[in-house]
Design a protein around this ligand. Structure first.
Ligand code: ADE
Length: 241
């Protein structure tokens, strides 16, 4: 049976999934986590808190913890999933739609002062980190099996330690990275998973359009976006081989 770690940056992003299953809650430091078997998978579900540093630390913590504990017999995590909300950068997305990343980048990584390409961390081989196609296929299959009133789009997600709520910032990200959506953690998860040779999936529901209206529409729409996301994540978990 596959061992899967699911992380949301905020509690509200994972609680609907947690309430759908039967999990044991472990109130440990620094992370409280839920653990149990659902959808034919052994799951750990937890909250990283917001931002790239928080996400990196959380992913590495659980990869190391599982390697050194008896939680999973195999002592390894097969897949890490990040579920949450995102702001749309592409004009073809609407609130409630879902984006599954096929590659991720950090829009706030800037070592251009030393002559590097915008977005490139000089320690990494490229600006973008790719997701294994097999994992995305599981999302597509889940979407096709549901009759949804929202769209699924596959493409780039750009992460940075900024809530994007201005035309200037949105245009900057669009011009340099051409992503479908922006959020604050996915690329950090991708980088840590890649360094540990662990598969990963970043799946996000659009809560706002990353523009001047974003703070209001984010709060109004977050809950509905997470309902759609939880439905698709459950289907995806069932499809993971
Ligand atoms: N998550 C949801 N909306 C966002 C936005 N506009 N910017 C960054 N992260 C987000």
């Amino acid at each position: 049976m596959k061992n899967i770690l699911i992380i949301g940056a905020m509690e509200e992003e994972i609680l609907p999934l947690v309430s759908d299953g039967n999990y044991t809650k472990h109130e440990t430091k620094p992370y409280t986590y839920y653990e149990g078997i659902s959808y034919g998978k052994k799951l750990i579900i937890t909250v990283s808190q917001i931002g790239k540093v928080a996400m990196s630390s959380c992913v590495q913590h659980f990869i190391t913890f599982v390697a050194n504990s008896d939680l999973f017999d195999e002592k390894k995590i097969d897949l890490v999933i990040n579920m949450g909300v995102a702001g749309a950068i592409s004009g073809k997305l609407h609130q409630g739609d879902i984006v599954a990343a096929d590659k991720l980048c950090q829009h706030d990584m800037d070592v251009t002062g030393l002559g590097y390409e915008i977005g490139l961390n000089p320690d990494l081989p490229s600006v973008y980190i790719d997701v294994r196609p097999l994992v995305i296929d599981a999302v597509k299959k889940a979407y096709d099996a549901l009759s949804c009133d929202y769209e699924l789009q596959i493409g780039t997600i750009a992460s940075g330690d900024q809530f994007i709520s201005s035309k200037e910032k949105r245009d900057f990200i669009s011009t340099h990275f051409d992503p479908l959506a922006c959020e604050m953690e996915g690329a950090a998860l991708a980088q840590v998973c890649a360094a540990n040779d662990v598969d990963f999936l970043v799946i996000r529901a659009i809560s706002d359009m990353a523009d001047g209206e974003a703070p209001l529409s984010y709060n109004d729409f977050k809950e509905k976006a997470i309902v759609n996301l939880t439905e698709l994540t459950k289907g995806t978990l069932k499809n993971i081989k």
